[in-house]
Design a protein around this ligand. Structure first.
Ligand code: MG
Ligand code: MG
Length: 260
C-alpha cells in the first residue's frame, strides 16, 4: 500500500499525487477540447463526442459513463452539460446551444486507476451582465476556496469562505450538493460542502485530494431533479453556474491537480 487511510479518508503518497496530476492534466485537456467546440448551434451530444474521442485517443476514459448511483438510470454520457437553469448533471443530447446561453461542462478522467474531476461554466457568444457576474463569482469562489486548502485548516473554513463570497455578490450556494474526496474512486470520503462554520468540520491533512465545486444559483438555493433522474435545476428557474477543481493538500500548499 502506498496510500494510507485515516478516519475513512485516503491520504495519497507523493507517487499517487504524480499519477493524479497526470489524470488531472488529461482531464484539463479534455475540457479544453470541449470548450473550444462550444458555439451557437452545436449540440451537447456533439460536445460529448469531442470529449469521448479526445479521451479515447489518449488511452483514458470518463468515470461518468455508466456511473450508477442507484437511481435506476446509469449515467449515459462521458461529460455533464448543464445549460442556464440546469446546475449539474445535465445529460448530453440533441439540445443545441444558443447565443446567450451559459453552459457548465463537468468531466472526469481515469488515468492509471486514478481520477481527475473538474468543471467550468462559460457563455455561448454574448451573454447578459447577470450571467457574466454569476460566472465570475463562481470562478472567484473556487479560487478563494483553493487558497484555504492548507494543512491545519478545517473543511468549515473552506465552505464558509465560499458561501460568504457568493452571498456578498448577491447569489446563493447549494446546500444539497457538495465537493468530495477523489482518488481511485470519483467519490471518496470526505464531503466538502459549499457552506460551513469556520473552525469546524474535518481537519485538512497532507495527502488529501478533494474536488471543490462551488455551485452557485440566482434567486435562491432550492433545486429539484428533472424526470430524467439526473438533471438538477434551480427550482426558481434562475441561472446557475458551476466551477470545479481537484486539489491536493500538500506541505507546499494547495496543488491544483486538474489544471493544464
Ligand atoms: Mg465534476
Ligand atoms: Mg465532483
Amino acid at each position: 500500500m502506498d496510500s494510507y487511510e485515516i478516519f475513512g479518508v485516503n491520504l495519497k503518497s507523493a507517487n499517487e499525487l504524480k499519477i493524479m496530476r497526470e489524470a488531472g492534466r488529461l482531464n484539463a485537456l479534455t475540457l479544453k477540447a470541449v470548450m473550444d467546440a462550444i458555439a451557437p448551434g452545436v449540440t451537447t451530444g456533439e460536445l460529448n463526442e469531442v470529449a469521448e474521442s479526445f479521451q479515447k485517443a489518449h488511452g483514458v476514459y470518463s468515470p461518468f459513463k455508466n456511473y450508477d448511483p442507484g437511481n435506476g438510470v446509469p449515467y449515459p454520457g462521458s461529460i455533464c452539460t448543464s445549460i442556464n437553469e440546469e446546475m449539474v448533471h445535465g445529460i448530453p443530447g440533441n439540445r443545441k446551444l444558443r447565443e446567450g446561453d451559459i453552459i457548465s461542462v463537468d468531466c472526469g478522467t481515469v488515468y492509471q486507476g486514478y481520477v481527475g474531476d473538474s468543471a467550468f461554466t462559460v457563455g455561448v457568444g454574448e451573454i447578459s451582465k447577470q450571467a457574466q457576474s454569476l460566472i465570475d463569482t463562481t470562478k472567484q469562489a473556487l479560487e478563494i476556496a483553493i487558497s484555504k486548502m492548507v494543512i491545519g485548516n478545517r473543511s468549515g473554513d473552506v465552505g464558509a469562505a465560499i458561501e460568504a463570497y457568493v452571498e456578498s455578490q448577491g447569489f446563493y450556494c447549494t446546500h444539497t450538493y457538495t465537493g468530495h474526496g477523489v482518488g481511485r474512486a470519483m467519490h471518496e470520503a470526505p464531503q466538502l460542502p459549499n457552506y460551513g462554520k469556520p473552525g469546524t468540520g474535518f481537519l485538512l491533512r497532507e495527502g488529501m485530494t478533494i474536488a471543490i465545486e462551488p455551485m452557485v444559483l440566482v434567486g435562491g438555493r432550492r433545486t429539484r431533479v428533472l424526470r430524467d433522474r439526473w438533471t438538477v435545476v434551480n427550482a426558481n428557474g434562475g441561472l446557475t453556474a458551476h466551477q470545479e477543481h481537484t486539489i491536493a493538500v500538500t506541505k507546499d500548499g494547495p496543488l491544483v491537480l486538474t489544471e493544464l
